[in-house]
Design a protein around this ligand. Structure first.
Ligand code: GDP
Ligand code: MG
Length: 724
C-alpha cells in the first residue's frame, strides 16, 4: 500500500533529525528555526510491505497563514491529503508544542503524536502520562528520540496502522461551550464540497475570518450572514477579537489537560542552563563569541592549517606537477599542451587545492559549534545587538550560515517576514567571508606578512576579516535603516534554545564532507575552466604586430584588457592588470582569485611552481596596505555568480537586485579606498588627491552613521505579503 506521512511540528523539535532517521537521508539538521523552509520528501527505509513516503515540513507554531513556513505546511496538510500526520512534540516544551497539536487534530487528517526528545524526559525530571494524554487528545502517542533512534519502529508501525484504518476521530470539545456551539452551527452549513472530516477545521477558520480560507471556499449569502452574526456575538460577549478568543481557548484547553497529565519538576538549573548563564550573559556573551571565532579562524588559517597546507603544497602539488610534466614529455606531448596542463590547470587549481585542508578544519570547527548547540545561542545573543541597530536576530542566522557558503545563507533569509529586513539581509549576507574566500584571505595574508618584517599579519588576518564582515553588515544596516525603504522596527524573534549535546560525529563529518565536496567539485569544474581561460588569455596576444604566444605577458590579451580597467582601482592601491584579472575571475567562484593568481604567477615566470604563488603575487602589490585593500575589496564586493543568482531569485525584483549589486560594489570600493589611502598616510606618510577623497568618503559615512534617524518613531512593523 502507498502511504504518505507528513512530519509536522514546531521549529527545532527534531523533525529533520526524525526525517533523516526514518529515511536514511542526510538532510541538513539545523540548530535554528527556519532551516527547512521547503518541504522535503523521502522514502521510509526498512519497511518492505508498504511503500511509505515521508514529507518533512517546515517548522511552525500554528496553522495561521502569517509566515511562509505556515503557508507551506498548511497547504500541504489540507490540499495534498497525507494519510497520517506525524506530529512531533518536543517533550521538554510540551505545553507550547501542543498548541499546534490542537490544530492538527482538527484538520481531519489522522494524527499520531511522536513525543520526541524522550531521552530528555527523565533527565529533566518530567513525568508525562502518555496514556491519559493520548486518550484526551484522541490520538496515539509514541515516545521517540530521533537523535538516539529509539521508538522509531513503534512510530512507523502505529502510523501505518492508523493510515490503514483511514478513519479519524475528531477531538471532543476544545473550546468554551459558547464557541463549541458556534462551531456546531457552522459545520452543517458548510458546503458539501468540503470533506466531512475537514469541516471542523474550516468552521473554526471561517469563524476566525481567516482571509485565505474565506477566499478559498464558497459560502452562500445566508450562511455568511449567520457566521458573521455568530462571530459578532462572541466578540462582543468576550470583548476580544475572534482570533484571540480561539487562541485563548486553545491555551486554556492545553492548561487543563497538562495539569492532569504532566508533572514538572521544581525549577532546577540543568547544565545547559548553567552554561547559558555565562555564554548568553549580557556582558560576556559577545566577548566569548568573538574569542571563540578568533580561535576558530586563527587555528584554521595558521597553526594546524598552515602545517597541513604547506605539506599539501610543498609535497603533494609539486609532486603532481613534476610527475605530470615528466609523463607528458615522455609521451611526447606538445609543449603547448604541457604548458596548459602544468602551468595552467595544475598551477591554478593546485594553488587552491592546497587550501582544502584549511577549509576542512574551518568547516569542522563551525559544524561542531553548530551541532553542539552553541551557534543558536549566538543568534540569541546577537539578537540584542541587532535589535539595537534595528535588525532582528533572525538576520543573524543567514550570516552564520554565510561563514560556510553564501548561497544557503541568502536562501535562509526567506524566513524573515519583513520585506525590508529580508532585503537588507540578502544584500549583506555575503559580507561574511565564506569558505571559498578563505584561500584568498590566507594567500593575501601571506603576502602581507612577507611585506612587513616581523608582522604576523598572516595569522591575525583571518579573524580580522571575519570581524570586518560583521562590522560591514552592521554599518550597512545602520546606514540603510535610516532611509525610507528600509525603515521600520524589527519583528520579534522567538527561538528555542535546545539543550547542549555532544556533537554527533556522523553529523559533523557529514557537514564537513558536504561542504568540502562542493569545493572539490567546484575546483574540478569551474576552476579548471577558469584556469584554462586565464592561461589562454595570459599566453596569447599581439606581439610584433601578429597574434600568437607572447614572450612578455605584459602583451597578453588579459594584460591588455586588465590595463583598461586597472586605472579604476589605482586609488585603491592595486591598479595592475593581474589584480584586476584575478578580481574579475572571482565572480565565477571566489577561489578563482587564487587559481588565477596561480596561473599568472606561473605563466609570467614570477614563480617556479605552485608553492610560491605568494612570492609571485607579492610583486604585484607595492605595499602590505595595497594587498590588504585588494583583499577587502574582494571580500565585500558582489559574491560569486552562484550567490548572485540566488540573490536575484530571492529578491525577485529587478530594481532591488541592481540596487543590491551597486550597493555591494560601491560599499566595497569605499571601504577599500579609505583603508588604503588613510592606512598609507598613517604608515608611509603618503598624501595626495585620493587621500582627500578618502577623508571625504569617511566623513560622509560617519554622517550617514550618526545622523538622527528620521524614521525613529515609526512603530509599525512592515510586513510581508506571503504568496501562497
Ligand atoms: P527541526 O527544526 O524540527 O527540523 O529540528 P532538527 O531536526 O533540526 O533538530 C533540532 C535539534 O534538536 C538538533 O540539535 C537535534 O540534534 C536535536 N534533537 C532532535 N531530536 C532529538 C531527540 O530526540 N533528543 C535530543 N536530545 N535531541 C534531539
Ligand atoms: Mg528542520
Amino acid at each position: 500500500m502507498n502511504i504518505k506521512f507528513a512530519l509536522a511540528g514546531n521549529p527545532n523539535c527534531g523533525k529533520t533529525t526524525m526525517f533523516n532517521a526514518l529515511t536514511g537521508a542526510n538532510q541538513y539538521v539545523g540548530n535554528w528555526p527556519g532551516v527547512t523552509v521547503e518541504k522535503k520528501e523521502g522514502k521510509v527505509k526498512g519497511n518492505k510491505e508498504d511503500n511509505i513516503t515521508v514529507v518533512d515540513l517546515p517548522g511552525i507554531y500554528s496553522l495561521s497563514p502569517y509566515t511562509l513556513e505556515e503557508v507551506v505546511s498548511r497547504d500541504f496538510l489540507l490540499n495534498e491529503d497525507p494519510d497520517v500526520i506525524i506530529d512531533l512534540v518536543d517533550a521538554t516544551n510540551i505545553e507550547r508544542n501542543l498548541y499546534l497539536t490542537t490544530q492538527l487534530i482538527e484538520t481531519g487528517v489522522p494524527v499520531v503524536v511522536a513525543l520526541n526528545m524522550a531521552d530528555l524526559i527523565e533527565k529533566r525530571g518530567l513525568k508525562i502520562d502518555t496514556k491519559r494524554l493520548s486518550m484526551v487528545l484522541g490520538c496515539p502517542i509514541i515516545e521517540t528520540s530521533a537523535l538516539k533512534g529509539t521508538g522509531l519502529k513503534e512510530l512507523i508501525a502505529e502510523a501505518v496502522k492508523v493510515a490503514k484504518q483511514g478513519e479519524h476521530q475528531l477531538p471532543g470539545a476544545i473550546f468554551s461551550e459558547k464557541l463549541e456551539e458556534a462551531i456546531d452551527t457552522v459545520v452543517p452549513a458548510l458546503s458539501e464540497t468540503i470533506a466531512t472530516n475537514k469541516k471542523r477545521w474550516y468552521a473554526v477558520k471561517v469563524l476566525e475570518n481567516d482571509e485565505k480560507v474565506m477566499n478559498h471556499i464558497v459560502l452562500d449569502a445566508q450562511t455568511k450572514t449567520t457566521i458573521d452574526a455568530l462571530r459578532k456575538d462572541l466578540e462582543t460577549e468576550l470583548d476580544d477579537d475572534m482570533e484571540s478568543i480561539v487562541t485563548d481557548g486553545r491555551y486554556t484547553y492545553i492548561q487543563k489537560i497538562i495539569s492532569t497529565t504532566v508533572e514538572k519538576p521544581k525549577e532546577k538549573l540543568t547544565i545547559s542552563d548553567k552554561i547559558d548563564k555565562i555564554v548568553t550573559n549580557r556582558f560576556l556573551g559577545i566577548p566569548i563569541f568573538l574569542l571563540i571565532m578568533y580561535i576558530v579562524y586563527y587555528i584554521s588559517v595558521t597553526t594546524v592549517g598552515t602545517f597541513v597546507t604547506d605539506w599539501t603544497n610543498d609535497v603533494f602539488v609539486v609532486a603532481i606537477q613534476d610527475a605530470v610534466s615528466g609523463f607528458l614529455s615522455s609521451v611526447g606531448a606538445s609543449g603547448l599542451l604541457s604548458a596548459v596542463i602544468v602551468d595552467g590547470i595544475i598551477g591554478g587549481v593546485g594553488a587552491v587545492i592546497g587550501f582544502a585542508p584549511q577549509m576542512a578544519i574551518l568547516f569542522l570547527f563551525l559544524s561542531i559549534l553548530e551541532d553542539c548547540g552553541y551557534m543558536v545561542r549566538i543568534a540569541f545573543v546577537m539578537d540584542r545587538v541587532f535589535r539595537y541597530f534595528g535588525l532582528s536576530g533572525k538576520s543573524f542566522i543567514p550570516l552564520l550560515i554565510g561563514s560556510g557558503c553564501g548561497v544557503p545563507a541568502i536562501m535562509a533569509s526567506k524566513t524573515i517576514e519583513q520585506d525590508n529586513d529580508r532585503r537588507l539581509t540578502i544584500m549583506t549576507a555575503t559580507f561574511i567571508p565564506c569558505g571559498a574566500k578563505l584561500p584568498v584571505i590566507a594567500l593575501l595574508g601571506g603576502v602581507m606578512a612577507g611585506k612587513v618584517a616581523g608582522w604576523e599579519a598572516g595569522g591575525m588576518i583571518a579573524p580580522a576579516m571575519y570581524f570586518l564582515g560583521i562590522v560591514a553588515v552592521l554599518v550597512s544596516a545602520i546606514i540603510l535603516k535610516k532611509t525610507k525603504p528600509f525603515s521600520g522596527k524589527p519583528a520579534p524573534f522567538v527561538m528555542e534554545l535546545p539543550e547542549y549535546h555532544i556533537p554527533s560525529v556522523k553529523t559533523v563529518l557529514l557537514h564537513v564532507w558536504e561542504r568540502l565536496k562542493a569545493f572539490l567539485i567546484k575546483a574540478g569544474t569551474i576552476l579548471v575552466v577558469a584556469c584554462i581561460v586565464i592561461w589562454f588569455l595570459s599566453t596569447f596576444g599581439f606581439e610584433g604586430g601578429s597574434f600568437g604566444m607572447v614572450e612578455d605577458t605584459a602583451n597578453s590579451l588579459i594584460a591588455v584588457i586588465g590595463n583598461v580597467i586597472a586605472p579604476i582601482f589605482a586609488p585603491l592601491g592595486f591598479g595592475n592588470w593581474q589584480s584586476v584579472a584575478s578580481s574579475l575571475t572571482g565572480f565565477s567562484a571566489k577561489e578563482a582569485i587564487v587559481s588565477t593568481m596561480g596561473v599568472l604567477a606561473n605563466v609570467s615566470g614570477d614563480t617556479e611552481d605552485a608553492v610560491n604563488v605568494a612570492a609571485g603575487v607579492a610583486q604585484w602589490f607595492p605595499t602590505a596596505m595595497a594587498a590588504l585593500s585588494f583583499l577587502i575589496f574582494n571580500l565585500l564586493d558582489s559574491p560569486c555568480l552562484a550567490a548572485i543568482s540566488t540573490m536575484a531569485n530571492e529578491l525577485n525584483d529587478r530594481k532591488w537586485f541592481w540596487f543590491a549589486i551597486i550597493f555591494q560594489n560601491v560599499f566595497a570600493y569605499a571601504v577599500s579606498l579609505m583603508v588604503y589611502q588613510i592606512g598609507s598616510l598613517v604608515l608611509y606618510g603618503t598624501f595626495g588627491f585620493w587621500t582627500v577623497v578618502a577623508f571625504v568618503v569617511l566623513a560622509f559615512m560617519l554622517y550617514m552613521l550618526f545622523r538622527p534617524d528620521p524614521y525613529k518613531d515609526q512603530k509599525v512593523y512592515s510586513t510581508r505579503s506571503v504568496e501562497a
